[in-house]
Write a protein that binds this ligand. Structure first.
Ligand SMILES: [Zn+2]
Length: 265
């Protein structure tokens, strides 16, 4: 089977309460976290997961969150750092349609775009508390592109398959990627950080280098992020992630500060 390498690339930095990382956490203390895209390359094929976030407005905010970077430039600079451009990407896999994951899909003009049908069908009318995270103007134009709506597990190309992981949203998908070290899983926002996978953790160090305390939950096998639509599905998805990855070292969360600059596989 083909082998790939995976590089989380930072396209923006977002400041958010540390309590978003884990349900029931501290909403008064803030951390700086990456908004990433993920670059997956191997066998002459180039794949990107997610398409970034808008540049901040005059107040320095995106959807109410303090943000730096972003915009088209954020995507172009990130991909330039690995020697490519959005136009050279073969497949764009969208994990889900939250505003910080799908904004610049139109730059990927030559890519086939892979999204779960369930995410597409629910993003235009999400459950009411989730409305704030979806903005249909950011993704409606996908229909004019080479969009493929898939259901459940779908082989994108040899060694790369989608993994249906509902819970954070109704139709979130991750990616299972064959690497030289085994099968890696990109979880998207199923996991914001390693804390969701390992709730015994007691601190997180953000992109500004600040270390913040988080409450360990050794009583739980996994701890959901504070944003979810279905907790039962979230736990089912978590067991699917660990069953698919060859080891927990090969599970790559959606916004963990420590993953920036690393190469997996
Ligand atoms: Zn999300």
């Amino acid at each position: 089977m083909a082998h790939y390498t995976i590089r989380p690339l930072e396209v923006a930095r977002i400041t958010a309460p540390v309590g978003l990382l884990g349900m029931g956490g501290d909403m008064q203390t803030f951390i700086v976290a990456p908004v990433p895209i993920f670059y997956i390359e191997g066998e002459g094929t180039k794949i990107v997961m997610d398409s970034g976030v808008e540049a901040p407005d005059d107040q320095g905010l995106v959807h109410g969150f303090p943000c730096a970077g972003g915009g088209e430039e954020g995507i172009r600079t990130a991909l330039q750092s690995v020697g490519t451009t959005p136009e050279e990407i073969d497949y764009l896999v969208l994990s889900h349609l939250h505003f910080d994951h799908c904004t610049y899909s139109s730059l990927f003009k030559n890519a086939r775009i892979i999204l779960q049908k369930k995410e597409w069908n629910t993003a235009f009318n999400p459950v009411p508390p989730a409305r704030v995270f979806f903005e249909s103007s950011l993704f409606r134009s996908l229909e004019a592109m080479d969009l493929v709506l898939v259901e459940g597990e779908y082989e994108v190309t040899d060694g790369v398959s989608t993994l249906f992981l509902p819970g954070h949203t109704q139709g979130l998908q991750g990616l299972a990627v064959s690497t030289a070290k085994g099968t890696a899983v990109l979880t998207g926002d199923q996991c914001y950080s390693y804390y969701n996978l390992d709730p015994t953790r007691t601190e997180v160090t953000d992109l500004a280098g600040t270390t913040v305390a988080i409450a360990p939950r050794p009583d739980l096998p996994f701890l959901p992020p504070a944003i979810f639509v279905n907790l039962v599905e979230w736990y089912d998805s978590m067991w699917k992630v660990v069953a698919t990855a060859s080891s927990r070292d090969l599970i790559i969360p959606g916004h963990d500060p420590s993953m920036v600059g690393k190469v997996f596989g």
